[in-house]
Design a protein around this ligand. Structure first.
Ligand code: ASP
Length: 344
């Protein structure tokens, strides 16, 4: 007879409200020693898995997140990849979709769960959403079937739903339901039962060795179009020293003003080697260049089609591909390919 092995989960605390306490002098929330706070959650001992915790030396509000911290999170997962069955990353909700998207690219051949979660209220608060988010995330990270992890991708769990992380966006600054995945259904839902929608998960491939990519190139920009945007602003963004790629957040299905100054500025930037990606500023739906006359000019310019990708997943994909020195010629083709289920 074989004893079922208890899952071994690593909890990585980067910061965020979940582990914050109120500074009574100023009234604002600040990061706290998470290990101490965990001692106040006796429920964790009831979980059928063993939990190790590791924390950033100085936990941060996620507004201070940056690619160096992503690389730290990736290193922690890499260092514990063999010894642990799953990972739960506790992170502020403000930039969680960016970090979780970034990690989805950085961790190539991931075959274990990496679940990002956090909360809108601190774990010590009476009405906190932190306990449910934390406990269910750990349970999800510990799920196995026939000895193999059920989730083998980067997920984001918040308020009873597990999403593919690189499909999410933060949509609410105060509701417990803070995230949405507008173009992809949830991977799992927690109610009386924990239901996993297996057909929505990334397909099981052959288990390959984890490859961790830590080089993220930050020479990227996002420009949201708005009626009245003028040539000087666009020009100054395109002239940013070192800029290698820009996301244009366009209208509707990828439309932009058809005025010649805009087309000419983009054309020149493209000739100088800039990668230009068309992502819709709509919350849901996709870019279809050529559907309207107002996107014909972008199609002719061979602007990269962001399809139904979120801005968070697009900006981090740019950093990842540029960091990996993808050559100018194949860049468009690689960007338009779904690498981790982030786009159609
Ligand atoms: N400002 C906080 C952060 O993102 C909010 C949160 O934790 O949800 O770190």
């Amino acid at each position: 007879m074989q004893l079922t092995k208890k899952a071994h989960i690593l909890l990585i605390y980067t910061g965020g409200t979940i582990g914050m306490v109120k500074d009574y002098k100023s009234g604002s929330l600040k990061a706290f020693n998470f290990k101490k706070l965990l001692q106040n959650i006796p429920e964790l001992h009831q979980l059928d898995c063993t939990i190790d915790t590791v924390s950033f030396d100085t936990p941060i509000d996620s507004s201070n997140m940056n690619p160096e911290f992503w690389s730290d999170i990736a290193s922690l997962i890499e260092d514990h990849y063999e010894s642990h069955d799953g990972f739960v990353v506790l992170h502020g909700s403000d930039t969680m979709s960016y970090s979780a998207s970034a990690l989805s690219y950085m961790l190539e051949n991931l075959s274990k769960p990496v679940i990002f979660t956090g909360s809108q209220l601190p774990i010590g608060d009476l009405r906190t959403d932190a306990k449910e988010n934390l406990i269910t995330s750990i349970q999800i990270a510990a799920l196995t079937e026939k000895g193999k992890p059920v989730i083998r991708e980067v997920g984001l769990y918040f308020e009873y739903k597990l999403f593919r992380a690189n499909r999410t966006t933060k949509i609410n600054a105060e509701h417990f339901m803070a995230f949405q995945s507008p173009n992809y259904p949830p991977l799992a839902e927690s109610g009386v039962h924990l239901k996993v929608y297996k057909e929505k998960l990334l397909p099981y491939g052959k288990v390959k060795k984890l490859k961790v990519h830590k080089a993220m190139d930050g020479n990227v920009a996002v420009l949201k179009l708005f009626p009245g945007l003028g040539a000087p602003l666009l020009k100054s963004v395109l002239d940013t020293p070192g800029l290698k790629a820009i996301i244009l957040e366009t209208y509707g299905s990828g439309n932009a003003p058809s005025e010649p100054w805009l087309t000419n500025l983009l054309k020149k930037a493209k000739q100088n080697g800039l990668q230009i990606v068309n992502v819709t500023q709509c919350a849901a739906g996709q870019v279809i260049m050529g559907q309207y006359e107002t996107s014909e000019q972008l199609k002719k310019l061979q602007v990269i089609n962001g399809k139904d990708i979120t801005t968070e997943a697009a900006i981090t994909k740019l950093m990842y591909l540029l960091g990996g020195n993808i050559s100018g010629k194949s860049f468009k083709m690689v960007f338009e390919t779904s690498l981790r289920g982030e786009m159609l």
